[in-house]
Ligand binder design. Structure first.
Ligand code: 13P
Length: 250
């Protein structure tokens, strides 16, 4: 944790969840009381198809609903894509951009991710910009170089701590059950902080830097205690209300 930064615990449902899954979301929204939200922001990024229903289901709760990707343009001839404005119109309060699964599955470049982050900001919501190295890159000793390059390329120049959240998600730790050690996380998060301060000056100290990759109830406290870890981006464990709530500390 970083003193004076309010943590963000975010769930990413990825391509999981039909209408019936809203029963899990309702359990979370009922449990996230104003007292809990006073010490941490809590967000669930559901599939785009569920954003409107999830917003209604959590109405009155401080639980925030988010999206997992957006198109960079406001509107136009982009069949099947969804703009940041449309996601916000449906109820999204934050948008993940540049997740490694999108970088891998859809060939998203840093420039594309930066344009999407700018789109989220344009639409009035913060972008959660994901960065992280693969196993091969880490083994080659290039973890910091890769993360530094993605940060430089994907984070807009206009970013500030209100409009951008960084998520460090080592690709080898996503969905594998392998978690980076607190020492690994400490090293990369300290590096990200340093890069943000170099680029944005004192503002760099205020950005939230989340850790993601096999975060679960059994390891979340240890990971969240690492300095410069200002929250978590949780995949699989966010699908079950009980696990997600345990990570939040409810
Ligand atoms: P897991 O928690 O399932 O490893 O997923 C992490 C992730 O990719 C969150 O965006």
């Amino acid at each position: 944790m970083t003193p004076d930064i309010k943590p963000l615990i975010a769930g990413n449902w990825k391509m999981n969840g039909l209408t019936a899954a809203l029963s899990e979301l309702r359990i979370v929204s009922d449990a996230v009381t104003p007292a809990i939200a006073a010490r941490a922001d809590v967000l669930l990024c559901v599939p785009a198809t569920l954003i409107a229903q999830a917003s209604s289901a959590s109405y009155g709760s401080p639980l925030m609903i988010g999206a997992q990707d957006c198109h960079a343009a406001v509107s136009g001839a982009h069949t099947g894509d969804i703009s940041a404005e449309m996601l916000v119109d449906a109820g999204a309060q934050m948008i993940i951009v540049g997740h490694s699964e999108r970088r891998a599955d859809h060939g998203e470049t840093d420039a594309a991710v930066r344009a999407k982050a700018e789109a989220a900001i344009r639409a009035g919501v913060p972008a959660i910009v994901c960065v992280g190295e693969t196993a091969a890159q880490r083994q080659a000793g290039k973890a910091l170089t890769v993360v530094g390059g993605e940060l430089a390329g994907s984070v807009p120049d206009s970013a500030n701590a209100e409009t951008v959240v960084i998520a460090y998600e080592p690709v080898w730790a996503i969905g594998t059950g392998l978690t980076a050690t607190p020492d690994d996380v400490n090293e990369v998060h300290a590096f990200i902080r340093q890069e943000l301060v170099l680029r944005f000056g004192a503002e760099g100290y205020r950005f939230r830097i989340l850790y993601g990759g096999s975060v679960k109830p059994s390891n979340s406290a240890e990971l969240l205690a690492v300095s410069n870890v200002d929250g978590a981006l949780v995949g699989g464990a966010s699908l079950k209300a009980a696990d997600f709530l345990a990570i939040i500390g409810v």
